[in-house]
Ligand binder design. Structure first.
Ligand code: OGA
Ligand code: NI
Length: 338
């Protein structure tokens, strides 16, 4: 049996050595409590100013929030989740046709995070897809399950619209023009990670994904409704974010932290695993155009506040991000003004 991916049908009785974290880096699951006050933004609210204010508050204090009444049809979400499960249930030989450890590939199945750079592996397989422009990438996507391309296309379109709308609110919440982010980020890329975390024999010793921030602008995360696993860092403590029906979790990424001159936090988050059930999540990432020049928004530094970060292109940032491992110094730190 091929061992390159975890979702190969093998039932593991013990955690293989290469997944075991040193004592000081373990998740300490018994110390994690539930996040009781996840900011939940009702996008169906008629009062735009209220939405903008609530989002601004959440971005400052948490760096993440949930949205409800977001306009993405329930059917599209359900179909996406089903086809994602369907993909990971395929025979391993079929899945391995897409296997690659090269982060520059635009469609690939992989495992852990960055297999060739990391010293300890993570209990995750993932299918990573570029999703914009769709015409360019859909022909590379899996053709199995047969409805994969059609369903994922539909999901990508509606999620992109949601993301763009949220970027408008975020711009306004910073006192910027509503089109500010769209203009600065240029024609935005869109990537998807379909994450599959198999049941793990020793969840206390490892991660699905260790603590990290997302390198992009904005992440729209669909969580498995039946299995929890997402945790966020708030005031130095890890808190569990339980899945809620018909909601998405929105994360601020590194690019928005830079653009907001550090006012909005790119939230530290991680995925933990469990003994009993596989867990699936679908992360959609909106990414600045490669050529986009990211720097603190000028109106935010006009009052004499110093720009915390130097300007950089997203291509430069992304290259740096994937040349490293998740548990090194934070990538954004490398772009700070001295
Ligand atoms: C990610 C991520 C969290 C999850 O894919 O970047 O943080 O719950 N996923 O799977
Ligand atoms: Ni993430």
């Amino acid at each position: 049996m091929d061992k390159r991916v975890l979702s190969s049908g093998i039932q593991y009785q013990n955690l293989p050595e290469s997944y075991v974290r040193p004592e000081s880096e373990r998740p300490r699951l018994s110390e994690v409590s539930e996040c009781e006050d996840v900011p939940t933004i009702d996008l169906g609210c008629r009062n735009r100013r209220q939405i903008v204010e609530e989002i601004g508050e959440a971005c400052k204090s948490y760096g993440f929030f949930q949205v409800i009444n977001h306009g993405v049809p329930i059917e599209a979400v359900k179909e996406m989740a089903e086809v994602a499960h369907g993909f990971f249930k395929l025979p391993v030989e079929e899945k391995l046709k897409l296997y690659s450890e090269d982060p520059s590939k635009t469609t690939r199945l992989s495992t852990s995070f960055n297999v060739n750079k990391e010293s300890v592996h993570n209990w995750r397989d993932y299918l990573r897809l570029h999703c914009y422009p769709l015409d360019k990438y859909v022909p590379e996507w899996p053709s199995n399950p047969p409805s994969f391309r059609e369903r994922v296309t539909k999901y990508c379109k509606v999620v992109r619209e949601l993301g763009m709308r949220i970027e408008e609110y975020i711009s306004e919440s910073l006192g910027l023009e509503k089109e500010y982010m769209r203009n600065v980020l240029g024609e935005q890329g869109q990537h998807m990670a379909v994450n599959y975390y198999p049941p793990c024999p020793e969840p206390e010793l490892t991660y699905g994904l260790p603590g990290h921030t997302d390198p992009n602008a904005l992440t729209i995360l669909l969580q498995d409704l039946n299995v929890a696993g997402l945790q966020v860092l708030k005031d130095g403590k890890w808190l569990a974010v339980s899945p809620q029906p018909n909601a998405f979790v929105i994360n601020i990424g590194d690019q928005l932290q830079a653009l907001s001159n550090g006012l909005y936090k790119s939230v530290w988050h991680r995925a933990v695993v469990n003994v009993e059930k596989p867990r699936l999540s679908v992360a959609s990432f909106l990414c600045p155009n490669d050529e986009a020049l990211i720097s603190p928004a000028q109106p935010l530094t006009q009052d004499g506040s110093a720009a915390i970060y130097r300007g950089f292109t997203y291509a430069e940032y992304y290259k740096k991000f994937w040349s490293r491992n998740l548990d090194e110094e934070h990538c954004l730190e490398l772009f700070k003004n001295k």
